[in-house]
Design a protein around this ligand. Structure first.
Ligand code: IPD
Length: 271
């Protein structure tokens, strides 16, 4: 077994344990503990508890690695490897009991804040559906052990396109304008509420394309590797530098077609 395979196995173990904890806690009801960037950007006690468990498990197994999670302070100085973790991506779905939330764990090599980094391992677990998506760099992507391949759609007008909205009112307003402009030009649009799962949906061919501006590294790091390893082209999505930028994921031809029409609709979001 290669070192990368061992790291994937560790990430899977921790993500499954974290996912089971989130699912169990959900049975007893979940409440908002705090808000972040806006009154609708919520965090629950379970987000914090799950992140603490993931952090402790990874620190015990890999004491020299850095940690960068959505709900706690990053480790001061990292060694060669950093774990990027969203304990519950799709927190609003989780709060409402919609079965589209996920634990997302990525392992990045190099300095994640510079250009010299690479995502080595990505694991996304949807505990409500019992789905576990994984990828290792150069080794393909899998769902429950079966290989994944992204869509082969080449016509944007026939593409099912996923996206997401940020929590800040201004950004969301601009995203709604982009959504309205795209709606008549594609098969249909989806806004499921968890960026990590959106990227896994691209990997599995459940969406033809996904785009979103403004995601953070913890939302997209693992999913971007999974989509790439399933054959998708993914713009952005690696390292912390990519936070807040535009992620587009799908078959090369569709990403190019989207980029050709995107400036009008999406440039707004990036400005
Ligand atoms: C959010 C979800 C959502 C996306 C937002 C993310 P959170 O993450 O992934 O689908 O549109 O950009 O912030 O807050 O649920 O972890």
């Amino acid at each position: 077994e290669s070192e990368l395979e061992r790291l994937r196995a560790l990430a899977v173990d921790v993500a499954l344990e974290a996912g089971a904890l989130a699912r169990d806690r959900r049975l007893h009801g979940v409440e908002v503990a705090d808000t972040k960037s806006s009154p609708v950007d919520v965090v629950t006690e379970v987000d914090r508890e799950v992140e603490a468990v993931v952090r402790a498990r990874l620190a015990a197994a890999r004491p020299d690695d850095g940690f960068f999670g959505e709900e706690s302070s990053p480790t001061e100085s990292a060694g060669d490897f950093t774990w990027i973790v969203d304990p519950i991506d799709g927190t609003v779905n989780y709060l409402y009991g919609i079965p589209a939330y996920a634990v997302s764990i990525a392992l990045v090599a190099g300095d994640p804040a510079s250009d010299a980094y690479a995502t080595l391992v990505g694991v996304v677990v949807n505990p409500a559906l019992g789905e576990c998506f994984t990828a290792v760099r150069g080794g393909g992507a899998e769902l429950g052990g079966a290989p994944l391949a992204c869509s082969t759609q080449t016509d944007l007008s026939l593409a099912l396109v996923g996206t997401g909205f940020g929590y800040e009112a201004d950004r969301r307003g601009r995203q709604a304008v982009a959504w309205a402009a795209l709606a008549p030009r594609v098969r249909d649009l989806r806004r499921m509420g968890a960026a990590a799962l959106d990227l896994c949906n691209v990997a599995a061919g459940r969406y033809d394309l996904y785009y979103e501006a403004g995601t953070n590294a913890w939302d997209h790091a693992a999913g971007a590797l999974i989509a790439r390893e399933a054959g998708a082209r993914v713009t952005g999505g690696e390292g912390l530098r990519e936070s807040r930028r535009l992620v587009i994921a799908g078959p090369e031809v569709l990403v190019e077609a989207f980029e050709r029409i995107a400036p009008a609709e999406v440039a707004l979001e990036l400005g």
